[in-house]
Write a protein that binds this ligand. Structure first.
Ligand code: GLU
Length: 297
């Protein structure tokens, strides 16, 4: 398929657990630019499955910021919290195929017995609960022990035929083939103790259900794409094309984060900076000197 197929579908998928900053703005504008260049559609997805951290007031603020920036979307947003049955159905099919097991370990237990680090730097799960017998699992579930659902990575890799890859554009126009390395993530969580679906499962299901052909998101999610490709293969879902773009850095060259005092779009607005100045500083506006400097990775 040509990169500029008229039926391209893009999505911007913020998590409403805080305010948008310049990194989110860059991603939203990049999606808008790509959708515009290809005559494609741009969808908004609200990734609000983590009910303890996601708030409606953050979603409202995000939508206000996006409108302020001038990023518009086709159709109503898909709010993940309203579609938990979609994820549960997919999870139970993977479970029936023997690819998922309940994990009773607490976060602290996972950390104590870690067998290394995953590509995000989080403790790599030892697979302790994989060794439980069917009877042990049933007994623990029957007595009400809370369990996450983990993918049995060994079995999952055996269930897909051959190596997995994806088409990656990065910031450029040339397609590159990337080989997926899902094993580096170990037995990833697909459903949490109190979470309908993990990010990996929900994003894979939603990209397919929304007909997304082009995923444009930050480089910080490049490694996670290996897990997404594996899940697509296991669930028989199509693979979108991927464009993992550069990240906006703070003045010290670090990642933007509220904890490091990075200003939100609302903070910039309160300082009197206009949307046009933000768009221009991020490289999506006029070519003349920007009102402020932005560093990209
Ligand atoms: N919800 C994720 C985030 O805000 C983005 C997920 C994605 O684009 O795949 O970081």
């Amino acid at each position: 398929m040509s990169e500029a197929a008229p039926s391209s579908v893009f999505r911007f998928a913020p998590t409403p657990n805080g305010a948008l900053h310049l990194g989110h703005a860059y991603s939203a504008l990049m999606n808008q630019r790509r959708a515009g260049e290809t005559g494609g559609r741009l969808l908004l997805r609200i990734e609000d499955l983590d009910r303890s951290r996601c708030k409606r007031l953050h979603e409202d603020a995000i939508r206000f910021d996006l409108a302020w920036l001038g990023v518009g979307f086709d159709g109503a947003p898909r709010r993940q919290s309203e579609h938990t049955a979609d994820y549960a159905a997919r999870l139970s099919r993977l479970e029936q195929a023997g690819l998922v097991y309940p994990c009773f370990c607490s976060r602290a237990e996972v950390a104590r017995a870690a067998v290394g680090r995953d590509p995000d730097g989080a403790p790599l799960y030892s697979g302790a609960c994989r060794a439980l017998t069917g009877a042990q699992r049933r007994a623990r579930l029957a007595r009400g022990d809370k369990a996450a659902r983990r993918l049995d990575m060994g079995r999952a890799l055996a269930a897909v035929a051959g190596p997995l890859a994806w088409i990656e554009y990065g910031e450029g126009t040339a397609a590159e083939t990337r080989i997926a390395d899902p094993a580096a993530w170990g037995d990833v969580v697909l459903g949490g103790r109190d979470l309908a679906a993990s990010y990996h499962l929900a994003v894979t299901v939603d990209d397919a259900l929304q007909g997304v052909t082009d995923v444009v998101r930050g480089r910080d999610l490049l490694a996670a794409t290996s897990v997404h490709r594996l899940l697509q293969a296991l669930m028989g879902l199509p693979a979108p094309r991927y464009r993992h773009h550069r990240l906006v850095l703070d003045p010290a060259g670090g990642k933007l984060a509220k904890s490091r005092g990075s200003p939100s779009l609302a903070d910039l607005r309160a300082q009197g900076i206009s949307a046009a100045e933000v768009v221009q500083a991020l490289g999506f506006g006029r070519a003349d000197a920007p009102a402020f400097e932005v560093a990209l990775s």
